[in-house]
Ligand binder design. Sequence first.
Ligand SMILES: [Ca+2]
Length: 390
Amino acid sequence: MADTEATLTPKVIPGQWIVRLKAFASEGTKTNHLSSVRGRNADATPFNAEVHHEYNLDEARASSASFDDATKEQLEQLAEVASVEPVFLYKHSAISSVTNPEVPWGLARVSNYGKVPATGPYTYKYNDAAAGQGVVVYVLDTGINDKHVQFECRSAKGPGHGTHCAGTIGSKDYGVAKKVDIIGIKVFNDLPDGDDRAGATNADIMAAIEYVVQEYKSHGKPSVINLSLGGPPFEPMDATISAAVRAGVIVVCAAGNASPPTFQARDADTTSPARTPLAITVAASDVEDKIATFSYYGKLIDIIAPGVQVTSTWIGPNNTETNTISGTSMACLHDAGIAATILSNPKVVNKSPFEVASELLILADKNRITGLGGRKQGTIDAVSHVSLQV
Ligand SMILES: [Ca+2]
């Protein structure tokens, strides 16, 4: 399956661009910029740009648009423009897939200090009074199969990978936070993972993040964004995530996975969104408490969570299907769920993203992970843990 190996060769969408304005450009600067772009369209010069989307978060003002290379050169000359970069695809951070309907070991691991047995049956201990009630987790993915019986009508929309994600965050049997509200936002196209045109564009991911910030500002419920995806480093996306976190939304993302053809794990500073410091970046471990061979690593990892052979909900005709897959995608879902449990815990008074991130670390099971020598040295040794104390 293709995934964050796209960091090497991003799949670019020809003729589509993200025009980023200089840091902290004002709303007025953006308005003037877009009206000047539209004005140039109207005059007799061969300038031609069609604006598709405007991004308005304070530190991440930008637009996505279609135009040709000559127009790109003209736009790059404008004083207010920081960069003009291509629209390209991000990929799922999941790597392998086998059908195996078992109770997930990951839930047992995050509710236990210390290693769990190599084989089940497993139990998940959690506190029902802090199970994510009143918290919204937004899963930016393929959408969610909301008909799946595991969601008890707490989720909204779509298939496959997104359904698996939502399952680990909040489904009845496979989920960390069993009372959380889950909203799937479809950013991935419907092509199969093996297709090199499959993915989610940077333009759509940024728009979806900004949409969540607007939702959060209107409903005021504690909110978490789950990004089980990865791709090339991209400054405008990093800025969008930073703006979302500063606005009060927690952003949890996958560290990234080694994948074909090289199967070489890298430092998470080589990929977005994992390299964004204000995101909670999650690496993956296995049932032996060893860092997953595929997991990206390094100083930007905030925490480690189960990410090898994780069973969760899937799509299928019966709406009861499950699938067992691996990836830092799966690891980060545990932390989206744990963040939701912290946000719903009445004992935790201060719930800004920064305080939730530090609470995650306080709770974490430290100094358990093996395999953090060599290139992976410097990666935090802390396994996510869900608090039973309310
Ligand atoms: Ca971080």
